[in-house]
Design a protein around this ligand. Structure first.
Ligand code: 1GP
Length: 230
């Protein structure tokens, strides 16, 4: 967890989306602190292994965000386990986790496993729909999920997920001010330098996903934006 605490910027790559070798090289050598491999649906073991083998040509840290236990594979530096705190379905909060631990507890290296307390707030995102998240939340309600992650459950990461949409900077600031121990991940709609700078003021770690596939040149500039704030 000590290394993760130093992460200011990460790219999230979707095993289900194609990326050319030269573009992947640019992502991995961009100066980002880490690459997370993760997607919402249709994540297969084959696609995950293929992407991992290509990322491993570079020295960048690499975490697998587990959305489908069938796609779990050894070889990552970390395994991020999301628990969607605002899901209406117990499976996404703790049910899938319980089944996985029953099956694989003896094989798990707990040192590599990091739990993320998620709050998904963009109703139109696949992540919200897939997990049946309650997205109609006031800033205070979102802050309360952050406090649950931080103080009540003492999770190492609180992840405010706007996936596919740029969030409300006032909400992100409120959450940032409320957390004391948990590492604050913000993800959603960061597609250029200005947006990266804005959210990096409030979040400990910003996550850039879709922009890699939409406009890589601008996505790469988000790294510089964060570095220049250091
Ligand atoms: C998605 O939080 C990440 O899980 C990043 O969001 O794809 O909108 O950049 P974007």
């Amino acid at each position: 967890m000590d290394e993760i605490r130093s992460w200011k910027h990460v790219f999230k790559l979707d095993p289900n989306k194609a990326i050319a070798d030269e573009d992947l090289a640019k992502v991995c050598e961009s100066g980002t602190d880490a690459v997370i491999v993760g997607g919402t649906d249709d994540v297969t073991l084959d696609d995950t292994l293929y992407l991992l083998s290509r990322i491993r040509r570079f020295s960048v840290s690499c975490a697998l965000e587990v959305s489908n236990p069938e796609a779990l594979s050894p070889g990552f530096d970390y395994y991020f386990i999301p628990s969607v705190l605002n899901s209406r379905k117990v499976d996404w909060v703790i049910g899938h986790h319980h089944r996985a631990v029953q099956e694989w507890a003896d094989l798990m290296d707990w040192e590599e496993i990091v739990t993320e307390g998620y709050c998904i707030v963009n109703a139109d995102s696949k992540a919200a729909q897939h997990t049946d998240a309650e997205t109609n939340l006031s800033p205070e309600a979102i802050r309360s999920y952050a406090l649950i992650a931080d103080r009540l459950f003492r999770l190492p990461i609180f992840y405010l997920e706007y996936s596919g949409a740029y969030g409300d900077p006032d909400v992100v600031r409120l959450v940032g001010e409320s957390l004391s121990e948990a590492q604050f991940f913000y993800g959603g709609g960061i597609c250029d330098r200005r947006k990266a700078e804005e959210m990096a003021q409030y979040a400990d770690t910003i996550v850039v996903g879709n922009a890699i596939y939409d406009d890589l040149k601008k996505a790469l500039q988000t790294v510089k934006a964060v570095k220049s704030q250091r």
